[in-house]
Design a protein around this ligand. Structure first.
Ligand SMILES: C[S@@+](CC[C@H](N)C(=O)[O-])C[C@H]1O[C@@H](n2cnc3c(N)ncnc32)[C@H](O)[C@@H]1O
Length: 156
């Protein structure tokens, strides 16, 4: 029997989206929830399907603060509203100040340590669900008493 259709996992990034994300990365890159993606110097997933991927949980990343220039995350979309905070805060924690976080989901995350720089709507085919690729820069915040102060370099 000739196969007329190919079955592919619906959450895989196709070549266009992969090329787009790759065009945005810079420096030492971590890819969280990497699945079968080839992007990144370090790739992690809770259920690795490739030997190049390290088993780790997006909620508790096994990396020091300020380690990566770019952090990519493509979390499972069926996580509950209250489970969306911690994985994003972990992306910000392991990203260097001035580095970027590229996040793909149908929600837009937020942190006082990250400035939203770019937003893209992703859709693989007409009438299919969309997602948003949001790109953040990690910013420096200092506390004066309990008040967070955003630190700007006036020479930038
Ligand atoms: C939307 S898919 C990512 C697909 C990937 N962008 C690709 O192109 O192959 C989500 C991935 O998150 C992984 N995952 C689920 N829960 C996780 C967790 N707590 N920590 C890390 N990875 C997790 C799944 O195993 C799955 O590979």
């Amino acid at each position: 029997m000739k196969a007329k259709y190919k079955i592919k996992q619906s959450w895989l990034w196709d070549k266009d989206i992969s090329d787009f994300v790759e065009s945005k990365i810079n420096g030492y890159t971590l890819n969280i929830c990497a699945g079968l993606s080839k992007i990144g110097d370090i790739k992690i997933d809770l259920d690795p399907r490739d030997p190049s991927v390290i088993k780790a949980d997006m909620k508790k990343l096994p990396f020091d603060d300020n380690t990566f220039d770019t952090v990519i995350e493509d979390p499972p979309w069926k996580i509950g509203y209250f489970d969306r905070w911690q994985p994003f805060f972990e992306c910000i924690r392991v990203c260097k100040v001035g580095g970027i976080v590229i996040y793909n989901a149908y929600w837009i995350p937020q942190s006082k340590y990250a400035e939203l720089k770019e937003l893209y709507i992703r859709q693989d085919n007409a009438f299919t669900n969309t997602s948003i690729i949001s790109i953040f820069e990690k910013i420096k915040i200092e506390l004066i008493g309990n008040i967070p102060i955003e630190v700007f370099n006036l020479n930038d």
